[in-house]
Design a protein around this ligand. Structure first.
Ligand code: ZN
Length: 744
């Protein structure tokens, strides 16, 4: 029998107004640096449901990146709920669980814990050496509201930070404006003065049970405060209701931001003033596209000379020339601030302790790969050594093994910022976090002096066993994770099926087509299915070198380089020799042969810059082997494509670039080949209707099978998925079995 567990909150009347801020509030409409998004009507519809109001407030806070970074911060509320076993009303805390982002958080993203049980844990707490053990005990405090039909999310390590504070609604955020003050040398004094003592201060300490007790002590000693600044970390603010907490949070952050704004450029120019001039936008992008695959090669750490890349995973890149980045990387203070590293733990967990600043000027020629690699090699080696030294100096006997020592953030003065990570989302978020860090340095330097976290503290967070456990729980990477696939003619038919298969297997895909409309609709479809991060696109005419150049530049800017090139774009013209015009001939050879040649050539250029191999798969045709009437242009062009596979396989083996052919036959689909009367023509030739074609073709095969685009996609995946890494110059027929097409 269902038990009614509807939790009940104290009404506003029950709550005593306490700890009222001494500073007059700014009021709902007066915000300049933060977005006031509260809608009374929406909130009124949730009246009495404190958890709904918590979710609502959290979403509003998470919607404004000036209030907190992506995935950063957490919120909570405490309300009364009926215990399912005793039927008694108990105080329960709902708090954002481990992982997730406030902006999109739902009820299912919350952990629920009995407040009394959580607080009683301090009776068995044996001191800071044992605080990690306390995290395991949170599970014994979990409240399960079974009528809502969902289990509590796993409590995060920030749970005690909320649990020990006496307030009904609490926001813990990482606003750049507040961290700028929290990471300033005089942060404590500034906080004291800025808020006339109504915002407390707790020195930097790694989040956990002990920090929870310190926050409580701060409130016990200063009962009138409206919030607490956490040194080098972030902000705690609260209120008796969801709304009070929301407005209090906004007001405190607004005041921090206004204070920074009043001080920018006052003491000295921002970041000590501009040192170098940025290149013009298009030159920046051009340069970034040229150098990105080289950087990707260094960051992927699978140089074929040192470490055979078979099955090796590449890093996925992201590039931004955001103006906040340019202001920082072109400034006089870059060389002073960049090596100091970031402050807020959220920042450096994503960005590593410090970025790598390239020893290049915007004017340097980066088009000659060997020269640029020679120049960058020692720089990357020095970074890896610095990271290993940091690891070896700071490690504890039980620390996990050293992780990838390559930089995540790479700064190219005058050009922009590259980030590299295991997947696109992680790389993009790392870039966002480094922009947060730039904002923090900018603010801290304007009002005082920026201080970063001591290296040992940074290490203790980065190699924290609880963080390591989180990493261990991550799902296994998919076969094509860390790989970038460029599939020509992928807005429909076989190309689209290949791109879809690759995306499902974890690859980043670059969709392209000659037709803008088809391309746009396929891009939309892919973004909806796979999310925006893993999809890029470029309009492409495979017979035009400039168009190919542009498409690969966009690929390099989107993901850092390319690992898999699928030459799939094609057309078909079937005519007797007397009717076959030279225009038909040229068109076939331009798209099929020259197209495959040019796209491969450019793809190989990028793969060689990366230096860890790659795959080219040419989608050719049974007609490359089998001769039939009325097919002189198409059939011979297909044969040229097939032999080009073998020629490039022979040439590129030393680069670990594999080149293989997939031969489809009679794939009925929405591809270009079947438009323009080809299907009607074939049907007429066989004396059947278009609808009867699939069965007719199937009947011709040994296996009596209809060949679908997905069958061709599977064959391409077989070549690039890892199991055939020692195969090149090969041909795989996917035609249901056509004896005439057997290779001999
Ligand atoms: Zn935090």
């Amino acid at each position: 029998m269902p038990i009614n567990l509807k939790y009940k909150c104290e009404t506003v009347m029950d709550m005593k107004i306490k700890d009222k801020p001494q500073n007059p509030p700014l009021g709902g409409g007066g915000f300049k640096h933060v977005s006031y998004l509260w809608d009374d009507a929406i909130a009124a519809s949730m009246a009495g449901d404190e958890v709904a109001l918590l979710v609502y407030r959290s979403n509003l806070l998470g919607a404004d990146l000036r209030l907190t970074n992506y995935g950063g911060g957490n919120t909570s509320c405490k309300a009364m709920a009926k215990d399912p076993l005793t039927g008694k009303e108990m105080e329960v805390m709902w708090v954002k669980g481990s992982g997730g982002d406030l902006g999109t958080m739902k009820r299912s993203g919350l952990a629920a814990l009995y407040v009394e049980r959580l607080r009683s844990l301090k009776n068995i707490y044996c001191g800071i050496q044992h605080e990690d053990e306390m995290a395991g005990l949170f599970n014994h405090c979990i409240f399960v509201p079974i009528d809502i039909g969902m289990a509590s999310k796993a409590p995060s390590i920030d749970t005690p930070l909320h649990g020990f504070l006496p307030f009904k609604h609490i926001d813990h955020l990482h606003p750049d404006a507040a961290i700028a003050i929290a990471a300033a040398k005089d942060g404590k004094r500034i906080t004291q003065e800025l808020f006339n003592g109504t915002v407390g201060w707790v020195d930097w300490q790694r989040p956990g049970f002990d920090l929870g007790l310190k926050l409580k002590r701060c409130v016990d000693e200063n009962p009138a405060i409206r919030g607490i600044m956490l040194g080098s970390h972030g902000l705690f603010t609260w209120g008796d209701t969801a709304y009070e907490s929301y407005v209090n949070t906004l007001e405190v952050i607004e005041r921090c931001a206004q204070f920074l704004e009043d001080n920018y450029g006052k003491k000295r120019p921002v970041f000590g003033g501009q040192k170098i001039q940025a290149l013009r936008k298009e030159e920046r992008l051009q340069k970034a596209a040229l150098i990105a695959p080289v950087l990707r090669g260094f960051c992927s750490n699978c140089d074929i000379a040192r470490n055979p890349p078979l099955g090796g995973k590449g890093a996925i890149g992201h590039f931004t020339d955001d103006e906040r980045v340019l202001e920082f990387i072109n400034s006089n203070d870059l060389c002073k601030l960049a090596p100091m590293g970031t402050s807020c733990p959220d920042h450096f967990l994503r960005t590593k302790i410090s970025p790598l600043v390239l020893n290049l000027t915007p004017e340097d020629d980066v088009s000659i790969t060997t020269a640029i690699k020679e120049k960058l090699q020692p720089l990357f080696e020095a970074y890896r050594k610095m990271y290993a030294d940091y690891f070896n100096t700071c490690k504890h006997p039980d620390s996990p093994a050293m992780r990838d020592p390559n930089p995540v953030v790479i700064l190219y003065p005058g050009v922009g910022m590259f980030t590299f990570a295991k997947d696109k989302q992680t790389a993009r978020v790392a870039a966002e976090f480094y922009i947060n860090a730039i904002n923090v340095m900018r603010g801290a330097e304007a009002v005082s002096e920026y201080t970063s976290l001591p290296r040992q503290e940074a290490f203790n967070i980065e190699y924290w066993l609880l963080e390591e456990a989180k990493l261990q729980r991550m799902p296994e990477p998919k076969p094509l994770s860390g790989r970038i696939a460029f599939v020509t003619g992928s807005a429909g038919g076989i190309g689209k099926a290949i791109a879809k298969k690759f995306a499902e297997e974890g690859a980043c895909v670059v969709l392209n087509d000659i037709n803008r409309e088809r391309l746009d609709s396929t891009v939309q479809e892919f973004e909806k299915t796979f999310g925006k991060d893993i999809v890029a696109s470029a309009l492409l005419d495979v017979s035009n070198e400039a168009s190919i150049e542009k498409a690969f530049a966009e690929t390099a800017l989107s993901f850092g380089g390319v690992d898999i090139v699928i030459n799939n774009a094609g057309i078909s013209i079937s005519k007797p020799i007397a009717e076959h015009s030279i225009e038909d001939w040229d068109k076939l050879y331009d798209i099929l042969v020259k197209g495959q040649f040019l796209v491969s050539k450019k793809g190989v250029e990028l793969m060689r810059k990366q230096g860890f191999g790659g795959d080219i798969v040419n989608v050719v045709s049974k007609n490359s082997i089998v001769a039939g009437p009325n097919n002189a242009g198409y059939g011979s062009a297909k044969a040229a494509q097939a032999h080009l596979t073998r020629l490039l396989a022979a040439e590129l083996g030393a680069d670990k670039i594999r080149v293989n052919t997939v031969n489809p036959d009679a794939v009925i689909s929405d591809s270009n080949i079947w438009s323009g009367g080809w299907a009607e023509g074939r049907a007429k030739a066989y004396g059947i209707t278009v609808e009867e074609l699939p069965a007719y073709y199937a009947n011709r095969t040994l296996l009596n099978e209809t060949i679908l685009p997905e069958d061709i996609a599977n064959a391409c995946f077989a070549f690039v998925g890892g199991l055939l890494n020692k195969s090149t110059g090969n041909t795989l027929n996917v035609d249901g079995g056509v004896a005439a097409a057997f290779l001999r």
